[in-house]
Design a protein around this ligand. Structure first.
Ligand SMILES: [Zn+2]
Length: 261
């Protein structure tokens, strides 16, 4: 699913409509699910001009003269500007584009169209989203903020993988990025968050930054080193150890039984 790196490239694409005036907006019942009604989107967006485009975690934000428009991309959402996709290739969901999977979008006075393509129907439009519900952004996370992400009130806390995926604590890390940073840091995803030593926290913080930089350069969250071993019976590409998998934090997690401790 689109994680922080993908949504950041959607942001770069959407940046091109800054200054443009919206003439029409449309949304089907799925994209409009968080609004009062599908018609609410077209009512709210008409006549607004886009002042700036930004991102918080996996949420894309279009600041207009009056309201903030937001897009959540769910499991398979892709942003298109006049048919040009915000990411290369199509790794998410069915590997093709179909007109019936265009769920909604914006049309501008200059004739351009920004649309959301989403086969799985989990993408959502929002107006004036509550940003207070999101933790600090993973791409600009300081060490001090990272230590707060790992702060646990009682006992061992949740598994470290679940904590990394908790968007209220840290915004932007999804399943594949979470597995890759733990793989690189040599940490078992099942470890209780509070059991990490100071050295391990440092290792994980470095790994988080390195994972985001490296995979950003490679072109997406699905291009991590551990990806070749995401199936039952796989061996670790690093040391040949047996890969294990379990559901952690609600997501299918893979890790190496040898070097992740
Ligand atoms: Zn290994």
């Amino acid at each position: 699913m689109p994680e922080i790196l993908e949504v950041d490239s959607y942001r770069a694409l959407a940046q091109r409509v800054v200054g443009a005036t919206i003439t029409r907006g449309w949304a089907d019942v799925y994209l409009a699910k968080k609004l009062s009604a599908p018609a609410a989107w077209s009512r709210v967006v008409r006549g607004r001009s886009v002042k700036s485009v930004s991102r918080r975690g996996k949420l894309l934000l279009l600041e207009t003269d009056g309201v903030t428009l937001a897009v959540r991309f769910g499991m398979t959402g892709v942003l298109l500007l006049d048919g040009e996709a915000g990411i290369e290739g199509l790794f998410y969901g069915p590997h093709e584009y179909r007109a019936q999977w265009l769920r909604g979008g914006l049309e501008f006075a200059d004739g351009r169209r920004l649309v959301v393509h989403d086969p799985r129907r989990l993408a959502r439009f929002e107006v004036d989203p509550d940003l207070g519900a999101l933790g600090p952004d993973a791409l600009t996370l300081t060490r001090r903020e990272f230590d707060r992400v790992l702060t646990v009130e009682r006992g061992e806390g949740p598994p470290i993988k679940a904590r990394l995926l908790d968007q209220a604590r840290l915004a932007g890390v999804g399943n594949l990025l979470g597995d890759e940073m733990l793989f690189r840091a040599g940490l078992d995803p099942r470890r209780g968050t509070a059991t990490l030593t100071g050295d391990e926290r440092t290792r994980l913080y470095r790994s988080l930054n390195q994972t985001l930089r490296t995979l950003g350069r490679r072109g997406g969250s699905h291009l991590g080193d551990h990806m070749v071993a995401r199936f039952a019976g796989a061996t670790c590409p690093k040391d040949g150890g047996a890969m294990r998998s379990a559901t952690i934090g609600g997501r299918t997690t893979f890790w190496c039984s040898r070097h992740q401790k």
